[in-house]
Design a protein around this ligand. Sequence first.
Ligand SMILES: [Ca+2]
Length: 304
Amino acid sequence: MGQDKLRQYGAVLSRIEARYGVEAHVVTAVWGLESFYGTRRGSVPVISALATLAYDGRRGEFFESQLIAALKIIANGDVSARGMTGSWAGAMGHTQFIPTSYLAYAVDFTGDGKRDIWSEDPTDSFASTAAYLKNSGWQRGLPWGGEVRLPEGFNPALLGRGKGKSAGEWTALGVTSAMGGAVPAGGSIIAPKGVGGPAFLRTQNFNVILRYNNAESYAIGVGHLSDRILGRPAVQADWGPDQTGLTMADRQALQRALTDAGYDTGGSDGVIGTKTKATISAYQQASGLAVTGEPSLDLLRRLR
Ligand SMILES: [Ca+2]
């Protein structure tokens, strides 16, 4: 899907890359994660949502500043109050800008005088995201990082944010790229599931992605998706079981078993989405089980 989108919008993304120095596949990956390529942009009236959150939310001050920024956007004439839609928390458009980020970084790339991140055309959203990343210090040509393989007996004290080393130093310690070959760049190494699970080198550009959304899992997601969009392979190491106790292989087996039992999960990608959950519910209903719609080891055993 991401590869198709990169092809479809390649021309405009190349022009944006030339102006802002942020690679086309990276902007495409942000688009994919933020709104599933524009298909989930949110249809909540933003002024109303932010006013409610500013009034009674736990983060009233934050949402009050977002509300004021949103009103400024309307006053600037970029969008009408009616046209200003987004998520329940006020994230707007193809790449889910909050109002203060919009005021700071949004740009008009189409040249119609409006910084329009709300239209079907994602061009201004792409350019705004590139402008945001550029202003946060994105370095063109530097990878975000990448999956690495740690040698046997690797000292876990060397892992973690801030414990950066050059590519040469990591290589001397026996660290290699998970795809084979040398470590791609300098940076620190994180292992979200501990030694034995997937490990990732994170460069300065990884920190820039965190400025967009401050969650390591998000930055790994954007980085990895951007690699996949270029046709690079999936994460090599096993993530281990998720919070339901199921590994990727278990989740895929569950989807195949449901499909075999006549419940179409729409493939077996190991991602338990709304379609898989609906088929689990249908299976549970038909089998006289408690209907939870949630995957579990018990359910997998039963289907096997
Ligand atoms: Ca425009």
